[in-house]
Ligand binder design. Structure first.
Ligand SMILES: *Cc1c(COP(=O)(O)O)cnc(C)c1O
Length: 418
């Protein structure tokens, strides 16, 4: 693959241009305009000396697809452009990326500081897997920046941040916590899945390693799993070595699907977060909603920090329904333009309670300890027309309110009906 002769680089290009052209200002084999899906497990060499040089990393080329693959490298270059990172490493899922980063940089006797609100799978690594390798894990209250700073100041090797959080959309002040981490020489890792590179570039705020579940907004169509890690070449060399040996490599077909999805990231996100705001504002007026979480709302507790560090507020809204799980069971099946499912970030709108989505790995007691109520519903707003999504939600609420009114008149109506 040769660079196009007139390739001007993307240094001054906007996010939409980077998403389309990142990693693809090249002439592909056969003059193909689209990245080839190279399914080959290995790459053949007639000249043993050239083979040796490639294997040693002295000459460019490929040896074996667990180590590197042309399609996967195109994807890595694309996310590198979007996060303005020196280097990137792709994994078979977001969790493969997260666990590989944590195991790359933490060893027995080390300490990691993070928050109670993190993706359910990440929380399980902190609670179940890291402690048994002799890593001390401290999880702080997500809203309490002083407590997080205090724990960081006690000394740690890694500070792990996720902002906005899933599913309660709390916001961490990245620059403030990076400053605390730098004082003790800790590496800062941030899960940027919810914000996407369009809305937030943590590397520019001082973070060392950025992680994405590409399964979500980056691929955007709910049909592929993948994880991406970005940072300096020195740090990514370590992460790439871990992947090479532990083997959670992304397959080339999935890499291609993520590449294709990423080209429309900016268009999709603009529409999705426009509708997300409209839905959040409507939910604030609905009597059956006890509370609404969206960082773009002026009364969000960290709205000012969100305004300072984010270019947009994202396409996820969550809310707590009056009546808890009973109301959830009535409302969700009434929605016409929505999947009730466990993923997010797709072109379709997706609703799901925390119990069966972000925190399916956790017990009821664990969810309660994390402040996740049984009536909490997460909405991943899709690219449908805003008015259709609003009308859909309104008719579903009208139905549930009707049932509740009936029930107050007819005591025989069972709470369990759905
Ligand atoms: C989904 C998700 C993950 C895990 O990604 P997978 O691709 O499902 O393994 C990690 N972090 C966040 C914030 C997520 O939403």
């Amino acid at each position: 693959m040769n660079k196009k002769p007139d390739s001007a680089g993307l240094d001054n290009a906007g996010a939409g241009t980077r998403a389309v052209w990142g990693g693809e200002q090249v002439r592909h084999p056969y003059n193909a305009t689209q990245a080839p899906i190279v399914l080959s497990a290995a790459y053949g060499y007639d000249d043993i000396d050239v083979w040796y040089d490639v294997a040693m990393g002295i000459a460019p080329g490929f040896i074996y697809s667990r180590m590197s693959n042309p399609t996967v490298e195109t994807l890595e270059a694309k996310i590198g452009e979007l996060e303005k990172a020196e280097s990137a490493v792709a994994f078979s899922s977001g969790m493969a990326a997260i666990s590989s980063v944590l195991y790359t940089f933490l060893a027995q006797g080390d300490r990691v500081v993070s928050t109670k609100d993190s993706y359910g799978g990440t929380n399980k690594i902190f609670e179940e897997f890291l402690p048994r390798t002799g890593v001390e894990v401290t999880l702080c209250e997500t809203f309490d920046h002083e407590a997080i700073e205090r724990e960081i100041a006690r000394g740690c090797q890694v500070v792990y941040l996720e902002t906005p959080t899933n599913p309660t959309l709390k916001i961490l002040d990245i620059q403030r916590l990076v400053a605390a981490a730098k004082r003790v020489g800790a590496l800062v890792v941030a899960d940027n899945t919810f914000a996407t590179p369009l809305n937030q570039n943590p590397l520019a705020l001082g973070v060392d390693v950025v992680i994405h579940s590409a399964t979500k907004f980056l691929s955007g169509h709910g049909d592929v799993l993948g994880g991406l890690v970005c940072g300096s070449e020195a740090l990514m060399a370590k992460v790439r070595h871990y992947r090479e040996i532990n083997g959670a490599t992304l397959d080339p077909l999935s890499a291609y699907m993520i590449i294709r999805g990423m080209k429309t990231l900016v268009l999709r996100m603009r529409q999705q977060q426009h509708s997300a705001r409209a839905l959040a504002e409507f939910l604030c007026t609905e009597p059956l909603v006890a509370s609404v979480n969206y960082p773009g709302l002026a009364d969000h507790p960290n709205h000012a920090v969100a305004c300072a560090q984010m270019g947009g507020f994202g396409a996820i809204v969550s809310f707590v329904l009056v009546g808890g799980m009973d109301s959830v069971k009535l409302l969700l099946p009434r929605l016409r333009f929505a999947h009730c499912a466990g993923n997010l970030g797709a072109v379709e709108t997706i609703y799901g309670p925390a119990r069966t989505t972000s925190h399916v790995e956790n017990t009821l007691e664990e969810r309660q300890a994390l402040g996740i109520s049984e009536g909490l519903v997460r909405v991943s707003v899709g690219i449908e027309d805003t008015d259709d999504l609003l009308d859909d939600l309104k008719q579903a609420f009208a139905f549930v309110r009707g049932l509740r009114d009936d029930k107050s008149q007819q005591p025989a109506f069972s709470e369990g009906v759905n």
